[in-house]
Write a new protein. Structure first.
Length: 586
C-alpha cells in the first residue's frame, strides 16, 4: 500500500495545491481543479485561474486577469519529476505534459509490484452492496440478472479499492404469498416434511397453481390468510414449511450465482423482521410516524403520498423492512456507504425511505457526506422487438436458459474454427463458458445502466465492435505475441526498461496509467460503463500501437514486450472487475 502513490490526478493535485497556496496566500483552502486535457497541448490541466480571479478581482493584486494567475500558478509549481513542461492556454488554463520517462517508470513499477498499487483510494472503508435480491418462489428473471451483474461489478470495484464490501442478497422471503404457498404444500404434499423439496420441484409452477387456487377458492384463501398470521407469529410447523420452500428457491438461485462466479450473502427480508418494532418505535418517539387512514406513515415533503410503514391491517411492508435493514447496516454493521441495485421502477421507494432516514438523523442531509445511501437504478431489458424481453410463449425469460444458449453458441463457433481438434474437451468447455458468460455480462455493463438495453445474442457474440468477444480476442492476441517471443516475461520485468519512443507507444502508456482514476470515477459515480469504455479504448490504443510498432525481433523488443504485458495485465484487471474470466488463447 505504501507503493500506492495515488492517481495521476491526485499526484498532480497535490502539486497544484502547494502552488495555489503560494499564488493566492489569502485563500489557503482553494481546491485544485485538475482534469485530463481534451486538447493536444498537454496531458492534464489545472482550471483554477478563473475562479481565483473572481476571488482577487477588486482587491489590490499583482494580477491583471486569469491568464496572469495561470502564469503564476505554473511558476509556483514545486519541482517534480512528473512534470515535463507547462503552458498557459485561453483564460489561464495550466497545461501539463508528463515526461515519457516518468510514465514509463510508473508502468514498470506496476509490473514489478502488481496492479494492486494502482487501486484508487476511496473515502470509505466499509460498504454494503445490496444486489440481485430475487423473490422466493418466483423465477429469477433478466431484471434480476441486471441487478446481479451490475451489483457484482460494483462490489468488485470497491473491493479492489480496498473497501470491505458486505455483499447482501436482500431476498424477498417474507411476503403474504407464503400463506398460500404453505397451505398449498400441506394440501398437495402431506408428506412435505420428508419429501417436500423433491415433490415441489418446479417452484414457479407451484406458485402459479397455488395462486390459481387462492383466487378461485374462498375457503382456501381464508386458510392462506390464517397461515400468514401463524407464520409471522412464529408457529413452528409453519416456520418449518416456510424454510422448506425457501430452501428450494435458494438452491435455484445458487446455481445461477455459481455459474456467474458471484458470491453474496443472503440476509433476506425475514432477517430484519424481529428488529422492525424497535426501529419504528424509535422513529415514533422522534415524532416522525403519524396516523393516516388507519395506517402509520412518515410524511415526506414534496411527495404526493406518505411512506407507509405499518399497513392498516397492522402488518409491516417493504418499506418498514428497508428502513430497518438500513438501521441495521448503519448501526450493527457500521457501513459507511449503502448501495442498492434495482430497476428504476423502484426509484420512488428509495427516495422516500432515504429521505425518512435523513429526517431521523441517521444520515447527514448533505449528499457529499458519509454515511450515505445510493440507489443504483437500471433500465429494462428489451427483446429484438424493443418490447420487454419475453420468450415466444410470452413467459419471462429464465436466466439459466440465457446462459446455456450463450455458451452453446460460443462453443459452436469455436468448433467451427477448428478448436475442437486443437484443444482438450475440457478447454473447449471452459473457454466457451468464459466467452459466453462474459459476453452476456459485458453487453449489460457497457451501456449506461439507466437506459434500457436490447438483449441480442447476435450483437453480444459478434467478434467485432465493442463486445466482450472482441476484447477477449484482443487480450488473447497480446498473450500470443508474448508467448511467441520466447522470452521469459517475469524476468524481463526485472531486467528490462520501457522506453516510450513513438507517439503510439506514449499514448498507450498514458492510457494505461489512467486506469486508477477511471476505476475511481466508476466507483464514485457507480457507473460500470465508464470502466467498459476505458477497456475498449485500451484495446484501440493497443491496436494503433501494434500497427506502428513491430515487437518481436526488433531492437525495441524488450520495451515493447513489457508494454504488451502491461496492457494484458490492465485488461485482465478490467475483466476481473467486470466479472469476466479472461482467456489466454482463442
Ligand atoms: N426483492 C426486490 C425485487 O425483486 C429487490 C430488493 C432490493 N433491495 C432492497 N433492499 N429493497 O424487486
Amino acid at each position: 500500500a505504501e507503493d500506492n502513490e495515488g492517481t495521476v490526478k491526485q499526484q498532480l493535485s497535490k502539486l497544484f495545491e502547494t502552488s495555489l497556496r503560494m499564488t493566492i496566500p489569502d485563500e489557503p483552502d482553494l481546491e485544485p481543479l485538475v482534469v485530463k486535457c481534451t486538447g493536444k497541448f498537454g496531458d492534464y490541466q489545472c482550471n483554477n485561474a478563473m475562479s481565483c480571479w473572481a476571488k482577487v478581482k477588486g482587491k489590490k493584486t499583482e494580477f491583471k486577469g486569469p491568464p496572469s494567475i495561470g502564469q503564476a500558478i505554473a511558476k509556483n509549481l514545486p519541482e517534480s519529476e512528473m512534470i515535463e513542461s507547462c503552458s498557459i492556454a485561453g483564460p489561464g488554463f495550466v497545461n501539463v505534459v508528463l515526461p515519457n520517462q516518468w510514465i514509463a517508470k510508473s508502468i514498470q513499477k506496476m509490473l514489478e509490484r502488481g496492479i494492486g498499487i494502482w487501486a484508487p483510494k476511496l473515502p470509505v472503508s466499509r460498504a454494503v452492496v445490496d444486489f440481485s435480491s430475487p423473490n422466493i418462489a418466483k423465477e429469477m428473471h433478466v431484471g434480476h440478472l441486471r441487478s446481479t451483474i451490475i451489483g457484482d461489478t460494483i462490489a468488485r470495484m470497491l473491493e479492489y479499492s480496498n473497501v470491505e464490501v458486505l455483499r447482501r442478497n436482500h431476498v424477498g422471503d417474507w411476503g403474504t404469498q407464503f400463506g398460500m404457498l404453505i397451505e398449498y404444500m400441506f394440501e398437495k404434499f402431506p408428506d412435505w416434511e420428508n419429501a417436500g423439496e423433491q415433490a415441489i420441484g418446479d417452484l414457479q409452477a407451484f406458485y402459479k397453481a397455488s395462486k390459481l387456487k387462492f383466487d378461485a377458492d374462498p375457503v382456501f384463501k381464508e386458510k392462506a390468510q390464517q397461515a400468514v398470521v401463524l407464520l409471522q407469529g412464529g408457529n413452528e410447523k409453519y416456520r418449518k414449511a416456510w424454510s422448506t420452500i425457501c430452501e428450494i428457491s435458494r438452491k435455484e438461485f445458487h446455481q445461477v450465482y455459481e455459474r456467474l462466479g458471484i458470491s453474496l450473502e443472503e440476509k433476506g427480508e425475514s432477517f430484519y423482521n424481529p428488529y422492525i418494532p424497535k426501529v419504528l418505535e424509535g422513529l415514533s418517539n422522534q415524532g416522525l410516524i403519524v396516523e393516516s387512514e388507519g395506517a402509520r406513515v412518515i410524511v415526506i415533503e414534496g411527495k404526493q403520498i406518505p411512506l407507509i410503514v405499518v399497513k392498516s391491517d397492522g402488518g409491516y411492508n417493504y418499506a418498514s423492512t428497508d428502513l430497518t435493514a438500513l438501521w441495521y447496516r448503519l448501526n450493527e454493521e457500521k457501513a459507511e456507504w449503502i448501495v442498492y441495485v434495482t430497476d428504476v421502477g423502484q426509484k420512488l421507494h428509495f427516495e422516500m425511505f432515504f429521505t425518512a432516514a435523513k429526517l431521523a438523523g441517521w444520515l447527514p442531509a448533505d449528499e457529499k457526506l458519509y454515511p450515505k445511501t445510493s440507489h443504483v437504478d437500471f433500465g429494462l431489458v428489451l427483446g429484438d422487438d424493443k418490447k420487454r424481453f419475453r420468450t415466444r410463449s410470452s413467459e419471462v425469460v429464465r436466466l439459466v436458459d440465457l446462459l446455456d444458449e450463450a455458451k452453446t453458441r460460443c462453443k459452436a463457433e469455436l468448433v467451427e474454427r477448428g478448436k475442437a481438434l486443437e484443444w482438450t474437451a475440457e478447454e473447449l468447455e471452459q473457454i466457451a463458458e468464459a466467452i459466453g458468460y462474459g459476453a452476456v455480462k459485458y453487453a449489460d455493463l457497457k451501456n449506461n445502466r439507466s437506459t434500457n438495453y436490447t438483449f441480442s445474442f447476435d450483437q453480444m457474440l459478434n467478434d467485432k465492435g465493442n463486445t466482450a468477444v472482441y476484447l477477449q480476442y484482443a487480450h488473447a492476441r497480446i498473450c500470443s505475441i508474448i508467448r511467441k517471443s520466447g522470452k521469459d516475461i517475469e524476468e524481463l520485468k526485472n531486467t528490462g526498461t520501457i522506453v516510450l519512443g513513438l507517439p503510439e507507444e506514449r499514448s498507450l502508456g498514458l492510457h494505461l496509467l489512467q486506469f486508477a482514476e477511471v476505476v475511481e470515477e466508476a466507483c464514485l459515480s457507480l457507473l460500470p460503463n465508464v470502466l467498459c469504455e476505458y477497456l475498449y479504448n485500451l484495446s484501440e490504443h493497443f491496436t494503433r500501437f501494434y500497427a506502428e510498432c513491430k515487437v518481436n525481433g526488433t531492437p525495441e523488443e524488450t520495451s515493447r514486450l513489457l508494454l504488451c504485458e502491461a496492457t494484458a495485465v490492465v485488461m485482465r484487471q478490467c475483466f476481473h472487475l467486470l466479472g469476466i474470466v479472461p482467456v489466454y488463447k482463442i
